[in-house]
Design a protein. Structure first.
Length: 202
């Protein structure tokens, strides 16, 4: 019996794989070395991709780094879309945001991008657009979660609470670079949840 030859991947599939490897490598390098030290040489070596292949997909360092910014938001939105908001309380949704902040490397990369965007007008515009989309998605899910939590509050009020929570967690992530005290962060975040969700203190 003749063995079937493995199906040859299409040009599109190979291209998508190369792009994915470059984006994954970029996020890893940003987390390890920071935004400014994320050189194309380091990224290509990590991805196992030649410089020629890299320039074919992302002609400049800036185009690759901006693509990585979009990739961060896409991954967050993917995680959010796979959460059944009908089964989540607002309290549980905030726990999800906590996990996304401190049990994942994506926010580290995002903070690096936001800081770099302060002095880079092109990057700043991309970060503004993607950040607005991400926050809007999280606010929408927060409102849905609140509707099943029995909270007496308007949608606008819940949206504001979710947005404030996102900013609080980002600040905690930055502070974590100086003082990695996870227990203290958890204690403070629990106080925040009790204040806004009106849960009993323990």
């Amino acid at each position: 019996m003749r063995e079937e030859k493995p199906k040859r991947r299409s040009q599109l599939e190979r291209s998508q794989e190369t792009q994915a490897r470059l984006l994954n490598a970029t996020l890893e390098i940003i987390e390890e070395y920071g935004w400014s030290a994320s050189s194309m040489q380091r990224i290509c070596e990590r991805a196992g991709v030649s410089r020629g292949a890299q320039t074919h997909h992302f002609p400049t360092r800036e185009s690759l780094l901006i693509a990585s910014v979009r990739e961060i938001v896409n991954r967050y939105q993917f995680d959010l879309m796979h959460q059944d908001s009908r089964e989540l309380t607002l309290h549980a949704f905030f726990d999800f945001l906590w996990d996304a902040t401190f049990n994942d490397s994506l926010l580290t990369c995002w903070v690096e991008a936001m800081i770099a965007a302060r002095t880079d007008p092109v990057l700043k515009r991309q970060v503004q657009i993607t950040d607005a989309a991400a926050i809007a998605a999280m606010k929408s899910i927060g409102v849905e979660c609140a509707s099943g939590s029995g909270l007496v509050a308007t949608s606008d009020h819940i949206s504001d609470i979710v947005e404030l929570t996102i900013y609080l967690l980002r600040g905690m992530k930055v502070q974590d670079c100086l003082n990695a005290n996870s227990e203290e962060r958890k204690r403070l975040f629990q106080i925040w949840k009790c204040l806004i969700v009106e849960c009993p203190t323990t």
